[in-house]
Design a binder for this molecule. Structure first.
Ligand SMILES: Nc1ncnc2c1ncn2[C@@H]1O[C@H](COP(=O)(O)OP(=O)(O)OP(=O)(O)O)[C@@H](O)[C@H]1O
Length: 208
């Protein structure tokens, strides 16, 4: 279960997101909201990228008191991934395997499913925006995560990759992985059946 308690995140721009108490069971959960409503802010906090007030627990592991154990189990893919330009995807994969675990078979299967092929040996600077997104998605599935956070996963990638991603989400869910997914495009909502749909509006999150 994901438990968010007494969560507060303020930016100097005046933006505020507050969640007093939110509990989500295992499943596939969609977080909706307009541009700038705070979806990425919340996901980055859960992924351990942004600091925040309050606490977030995944299966009773607190990100504040057990950050390494938490990060072993929680993976994340950015809506618009940024990686050092001089590294190749293969180098990023090797680094991720060291921190998150995972096998060569897992890597080969993900590269095959996302049609990356040998391109993964090239530096990130040579990647199209779709390839970059696929790179971020591959890294998010590596290791043995039990929670995968996907920010706008279906944007930027082609139709074939969207279908592979959908199947990958469904098969991972069958093996017990929970997903938090954001989207602001209604046409992606029908790609999956969600266990809950939440909406962020005016700095607050509610069940839609
Ligand atoms: N690092 C930052 N510093 C200051 N303000 C920020 C920062 N990141 C985001 N914001 C502001 O916080 C608010 C929420 O942004 P966020 O990126 O979380 O929204 P979002 O719902 O993911 O938007 P989108 O659908 O456009 O991706 C926006 O007003 C944004 O300008």
């Amino acid at each position: 279960m994901l438990e968010i308690s007494q969560f507060k995140k303020n930016y100097s721009t005046g933006f505020k997101l507050q969640i007093e108490d939110l509990k989500l069971d295992e499943g596939i959960h969609l977080i909706k909201g307009e541009n700038g409503s705070g979806k990425s802010t919340l996901l980055k906090a859960i992924a351990g990228i942004h600091d925040f007030e309050g606490d977030i627990n995944w299966n009773e592991i607190s990100i504040k008191s057990s950050p390494i154990a938490f990060r072993k189990k929680v993976n994340y893919s950015d809506a618009e991934p940024h990686f050092p330009n001089f590294l190749s995807l293969d180098e990023l994969i090797r680094f991720t395997l060291k921190t998150k675990g995972g096998s060569k078979t897992q890597v080969e299967s993900l590269k095959r499913e996302f049609r990356i092929g040998d391109f993964s040996k090239n530096p990130i600077s040579s990647y199209s925006s779709g390839m970059l997104k696929k790179a971020g998605l591959i890294l998010a599935f590596l290791g043995d995560p039990s929670l995968i956070i996907l920010d706008e996963p279906f944007t930027t990638i082609d139709l074939e990759a969207q279908n592979h991603l959908r199947n990958l989400i469904l098969s991972s869910r069958k093996s017990g992985v929970t997903f938090l997914i954001t989207g602001h495009l209604a046409n992606f909502e029908s790609l999956l059946e969600y266990d809950s749909i939440l909406e962020i509006f005016d700095g607050k999150i509610t069940l839609a």
